[in-house]
Structures are given as structure tokens and as C-alpha cells.
Design a protein around this ligand. Structure first.
Ligand code: DGY
Length: 328
């Protein structure tokens, strides 16, 4: 029997490529080249699977891939899947939940501490040779320990952040579509309505997936509810926060600062005002970026893709395409 054919659209770890090679025939994109939509379309005409497509999987793309059975993301986020179009065209999609939770939680804590204690700003100042005696108050920050952490979206990554917060003696408050009794017990997390979490948090961490319901979940109204000395932390997806509103909130000092790993447009526009704000820590979407975790994610995605091609099923098929009720 012929092996299934797979298009690898972006750079993937070597182990993942090897796994695909054992089970499939594959074409790999030359990652040094920028790809146009037309070029992608040429590659997917007769493939059964796409790995790490890095672009929208919607009707526009799918009509050029009549044999496609599965698209596999090397990410937990799958906002590039147009669920309705994929359902209609009988294409499954997989993601990589679980393996990256602790790595993303680490970077979220990094964003909390670095924005609260002005680490990036004072590092740049020190390196610029500006350290003088008697200037401790120049970089006064906000305590992280014994402060209140507000979590919006208590999924697996939310829980990994809560676990870290316990070590800092933080009070944890959270909002999630469904209450999480085990998280309440394990992390002494208190459930509140979303507005109450926003109003009471010293550090407001948004960790919801991006979909129609969560697009601009944090906008002007919500930013105005936040405490003046609070920080907004986003390492989920940029469009969960209305970036224009966030810029206004920071310029007009409705909040103290922000720690960001994600943006409405990525890579971020060089002229984006966020890049010149001292009270904003800006990372280039590196939440899951350790070699170990990226390698593991690549292998999970490759195995999920092959499993779907071989059996029509996988535990990594995203819930909406399995017709299962979402849990988080
Ligand atoms: C994810 O897995 O969704 C992370 O944001 C990395 O892409």
C-alpha cells in the first residue's frame, strides 16, 4: 500500500521529521524562503496531511487540497483552524496540549517578575553605564510575593501558573467558563466572576484560547476596571486583548504596566508604541521556546498526524472536531 503523503510547511524538530519519514512520503518546504499562498496551494494538491502549516486552514485553502485528511499544529493554540470549514470538508486538526504547560508557565512567571520588578528596564540602564550610588528608588517596583494573582482561563497552563504562585504566597483568584473545584482545593484558588477577578488582581494573567468568544475579551472597559498599580500579562494569543485599548491604558496610566509574549500582529510592527514603553516587557512569542519542549511538541504533533492517517482517530484531535464538549 502506498504511504500517505504529507506536506511539512515549517521548520520542525529532527525527531519529528524522522518519525514522519518512517511512516509517510513527505515534501518539506525550504524554510529559508517566504511562501506565498499560491506556492502553498501547489504543494497541497495531493497531500493527505499537513504538519505545522502556520496559516489559516479554511475553505479558501481546503478547496485546493481535495485529499487532505488532517492538519497538525505544533502548538496548543489552534485559532488558525476554521472549525466550521474543516467540519464541512471533513478535515481533522490536531494540537499539542500538555507537553508545554510548565514551559509556558515559566515564561508567564518571568513576565510577572520582570514587569513588576522592572528587570528589563534596569538591566538596560545598568548596561548603559548609568548606575550611580544612592539611586535605589529609581527602580522601585511592586512586590510579587503576597500579592493577588488573577487568572482568566484556568486550563492546564493556568494551573501550572497557580502552582508557581503558591510558592510566592500569592492569593489566587480565577475565572473560567466552568468552575474547577480541584484547582480551588489544590491551589486555594477562589472563583469569581470575570469582572471581580479583573478588579482585584495585582497581576491579571489571561490564558484563554482565542476564538470568537474571547476575541478582545480584555478591552477598554476591562482595562478601566483594573487597579491602577496592576499589571496585565498575556502569553496566550494577542487578539484576546484589544491592543489599541491596551496602548491607551498604558499611555493614560490606567494600569502600571504589561508583560507580553503575544500581539495582534506577529511579528510585531516595528512602529508599535508598545515597543517604546518602559513599563512594558515585550517578548517575541517564545512561551513554549525551549529546545526540549519544542522537540517534544514536534514529536507529539508528528505522531498525532500519523495516527489520524492510519486510524482516523487520535487523542490530540481538537475537541470541536471530535464533537466533544470543551472542558476548559
Ligand atoms: C502554543 O503552543 O500555542 C504556543 O503559543 C506556541 O505557539
Amino acid at each position: 500500500m502506498d504511504k500517505p503523503k504529507v506536506f511539512i510547511a515549517n521548520e520542525i524538530p529532527r525527531e519529528a521529521e524522522e518519525y514522519i519519514g518512517e511512516h509517510c512520503d513527505y515534501i518539506m518546504w525550504d524554510f529559508t524562503k517566504k511562501k506565498t499562498f499560491q506556492e502553498i496551494v501547489q504543494q497541497i494538491k495531493d497531500v493527505d496531511g499537513i504538519l505545522e502549516v502556520g496559516m489559516k486552514i479554511d475553505h479558501e485553502l481546503l478547496k485546493h487540497a481535495p485529499k487532505l485528511k488532517v492538519a497538525s499544529n505544533i502548538s496548543v493554540g489552534y485559532n488558525n483552524f476554521n472549525i466550521e470549514d474543516m467540519k464541512e470538508m471533513g478535515v481533522l486538526g490536531t494540537n499539542t496540549p500538555g507537553v508545554l504547560d510548565n514551559t509556558v508557565a515559566d515564561i508567564i512567571f518571568g513576565l510577572i517578575i520582570s514587569s513588576a520588578r522592572r528587570i528589563v528596564e534596569s538591566d538596560a540602564d545598568t548596561k548603559a553605564g548609568n548606575w550611580e550610588k544612592g539611586q535605589m528608588d529609581k527602580f522601585f517596583g511592586k512586590d510579587v510575593h503576597h500579592s493577588t494573582l488573577g487568572i482568566i482561563g484556568m486550563g492546564r497552563i493556568g494551573e501550572a501558573v497557580a502552582k508557581r504562585a503558591l510558592g510566592f504566597d500569592m492569593d489566587i483568584i480565577y475565572y473560567n467558563r466552568n468552575r474547577k473545584p480541584h484547582a480551588e482545593e489544590k491551589f486555594k484558588a477562589e472563583y469569581m466572576e470575570m469582572d471581580k477577578v479583573i478588579q482585584n488582581a495585582d497581576f491579571l494573567v489571561v490564558m484563554t484560547p482565542l476564538n470568537d468568544e474571547t476575541h478582545h475579551l480584555i478591552g477598554e472597559r476591562e482595562l478601566q476596571l483594573m487597579k491602577k498599580d496592576a499589571f496585565l500579562i498575556n502569553a496566550s494569543r494577542g487578539p484576546v486583548v484589544d491592543e489599541k485599548a491596551l496602548i491607551k491604558a498604558l499611555q493614560e496610566e490606567w494600569i502600571a504596566g504589561a508583560g507580553l509574549d503575544v500581539y495582534e500582529k506577529e511579528p510585531i510592527d516595528k512602529k508599535n508604541p508598545l515597543l517604546s514603553m518602559k513599563n512594558v516587557v515585550t517578548l517575541p512569542h517564545i512561551g513554549s521556546g525551549t529546545k526540549k519542549t519544542r522537540d517534544e511538541m514536534g514529536v507529539v504533533a508528528a505522531k498525532a498526524l500519523v495516527e489520524v492517517l492510519q486510524t482516523g482517530d487520535s487523542e490530540y484531535i481538537v475537541p470541536e472536531l471530535r464533537n466533544e464538549k470543551k472542558e476548559d
